[in-house]
Design a protein around this ligand. Structure first.
Ligand code: GDP
Length: 426
C-alpha cells in the first residue's frame, strides 16, 4: 500500500469489528514511520501474534511491536489512563521498548472510574451490549463539553476543584439510573495525582507530530478500532460504538485534514461476525454458527464474549466501501473456511418482497431483510501455508474473486492464519 504516492494510509474494519485489523496494521507497520490510533478506547482489543508470543493491545497502537515506528494515541481516542499504564507495564515485561516512541494527544479525553459506573448503569437499561468500560459516557461528556482531557490530568494543580462538580454530576446521574453505586471524589483526586505525573512526559500536541511526519514524507499508518457498521453515524444505530470508526474519523481523530489521507484499506473477514446486540442479517444457524465460531476462535479479545457468526455479506462491504472511500480490501481468516464443503455468500437483500440494493438505515428494516445467498463450493484443503495466490486451491481463488467482484474493491491482501508470515500480498 505504501509507495511514493501513498504515505498516509488508514486501516479500517469494514464489517462489525474484530476483522483482524491488528494483524494488518502489524504487517503494514513494518513499513511505517508512525502509527496512529484515532478513535475508541479500551473497548477495542487487537490481538497480534509475533512468533510464539501473543499480544493483546487495547489502547496502544499495534505498531509499538515494531522497534522503528513512533506510535501516537490521537485526540479522537478516549484514554483510560489506568489500563493504559497496565498495558505499558505488560509490554515492558515482554521486553518491548517504548521510550521516546509513544505519544499521547494532550487533547484526548480521559475515561475515569465514574464513566465506568455510568456505563454499567445505563447498559442495564439500554442493552446495547457495551463492554462497560466507560467509553460511551466519556464521549458523551466530550460532546456535552464537560469532559476531562489529558491536558487537565497533567495540569498538576486544582484537581479537587476541577473534579468535584464532575463527580457530583456523575453521582446524580447514577442515582437517576437507579444505581446503588457512587463515585468517590477522593479516589478521583488520588488518580489524578498518581497518573498525571506518569502521563505528562508522553502528552503532547500529537496532531503536530503527525503533520510534521507527513510534511517530511514519512509514512503514517492510521489504525481504526471496531468496524464501519459500528460507526456512530453510519453503523446499525443504536447498536453502535460512540465514535466515528470510518476513515473520515481518522482525519479528525488524528488531527490532520482529510486531504492528508491517500489510501484506505478495508479489512474484512472471509465471513462475518459481530459482538453485542443488534442486527446481523447473515447470522448462521445452529451448528454452522458454532463451527464458524470454534474454527475462527470467535471470542472477544477484551471480554471473552462469544461472537455471533455468519456468512460474508456483500451488501455490508459495498456500503462500507462507500462510506470509508476504500481503496483496497484485506480479506482475513480465509483458513477458517478450509473445511466447509459449501460456503454461502450474501449477494444482496430482499426487503418486504423487493430487492434492496443499499444497506438500510432503519433498524427495523434491517431485522426484516432476507439475505440472498449464492452457494460457493468449498476447497476443503488447508490454506495456511500459501504465500501467493497461485498456492491456493482453484475453489479458494474463485471464492476470493467473487468477494472482490461483489464488493467492487480490489483485494490487496489475503490472510490465511494468525502468524505474521501467513499473509498473501496480491
Ligand atoms: P481486530 O480488532 O480487528 O484486530 O481483531 P481481533 O484481534 O479482535 O481478532 C482477530 C483475531 O483473528 C486475532 O485472534 C488474530 O490473531 C486472528 N487472525 C487474524 N488474521 C487471521 C487469519 O487470517 N486466520 C486466522 N485463523 N486468524 C486470524
Amino acid at each position: 500500500m505504501f509507495d511514493g504516492r501513498h504515505n498516509c494510509i488508514v486501516v479500517v474494519g469494514a464489517q462489525w469489528g474484530d476483522e483482524g485489523k491488528g494483524k494488518l496494521v502489524d504487517v503494514l507497520a513494518e513499513q511505517a514511520d508512525m502509527v496512529v490510533r484515532y478513535q475508541g478506547g479500551a473497548n477495542a482489543g487487537h490481538t497480534v501474534v509475533v512468533g510464539d508470543r501473543q499480544f493483546v493491545l487495547h489502547q496502544i497502537p499495534s505498531g509499538i511491536l515494531h522497534g522503528g515506528a513512533r506510535c501516537v494515541v490521537g485526540n479522537g481516542v478516549v484514554l483510560d489512563p489506568e489500563t493504559f499504564f497496565a498495558e505499558l507495564a505488560e509490554l515492558a515485561t515482554q521486553g518491548i521498548e517504548i521510550s521516546g516512541r509513544l505519544f499521547v494527544s494532550d487533547r484526548a479525553h480521559v475515561v475515569l472510574p465514574y464513566h465506568k459506573l455510568l456505563d454499567q448503569a445505563s447498559e442495564k437499561q439500554q442493552q446495547i451490549g457495551t463492554t462497560g468500560r466507560g467509553i460511551g459516557p466519556a464521549y458523551e461528556d466530550k460532546i456535552g463539553r464537560r469532559g476531562v482531557r489529558v491536558t487537565d490530568l497533567c495540569r498538576g494543580t486544582g484537581a479537587r476543584e476541577f473534579l468535584e462538580p464532575r463527580v457530583e454530576r456523575a453521582n446524580a446521574m447514577l442515582k437517576l439510573l437507579g444505581s446503588p453505586q457512587a463515585a468517590s471524589l477522593d479516589e478521583h483526586v488520588e488518580l489524578f495525582g498518581r497518573l498525571g505525573d506518569k502521563l505528562r512526559p508522553l502528552a503532547t500536541d500529537t496532531g503536530l507530530l503527525v503533520h510534521q511526519a507527513l510534511k517530511s514524507s514519512q509514512r503514517v499508518l492510521m489504525e481504526g478500532a471496531q468496524g464501519a457498521l459500528l460507526d456512530v453515524d453510519h453503523g446499525t444505530y443504536p447498536f453502535v460504538t460512540s465514535s466515528n470508526t470510518t476513515a473520515g474519523g481518522a482525519a479528525v481523530g488524528a488531527g490532520v485534514g482529510p486531504t492528508a489521507i491517500n489510501g484506505v484499506l478495508g479489512v474484512v473477514k472471509a465471513y462475518t461476525t459481530r459482538v453485542g446486540n443488534g442486527p446481523l442479517p447473515t447470522e448462521a444457524q445452529g451448528d454452522l454458527q458454532k463451527q464458524l465460531r470454534d474454527l475462527g476462535g470467535e471470542f472477544g479479545a477484551t471480554t471473552g464474549r462469544p461472537r455471533r457468526c455468519g456468512w460474508f455479506d456483500a451488501t455490508v462491504v459495498r456500503y462500507s466501501a462507500r462510506v470509508n472511500g476504500l481503496t483496497g480490501l484485506a480479506v482475513t481468516k480465509l483458513d477458517v473456511l478450509d473445511t466447509f464443503a459449501e460456503i454461502p455468500v450474501c449477494t444482496g437483500y430482499r426487503l418486504d418482497g423487493r430487492e434492496c440494493a443499499e444497506f438500510p438505515s432503519d433498524i427495523e428494516a434491517l431485522d426484516r431483510v432476507e439475505p440472498i445467498y449464492e452457494v460457493m463450493a468449498g476447497w476443503q484443503k488447508g490454506t495456511g501455508s500459501a504465500t501467493k495466490l497461485s498456492d491456493l486451491a482453484p475453489a479458494a481463488r474463485k471464492y476470493l474473486d467473487r468477494l472482490e467482484e461483489l464488493s467492487g474493491e480490489p483485494i490487496k491482501y489475503v490472510s490465511v492464519g494468525t502468524r505474521r508470515d501467513q499473509i498473501i500480498e496480491v
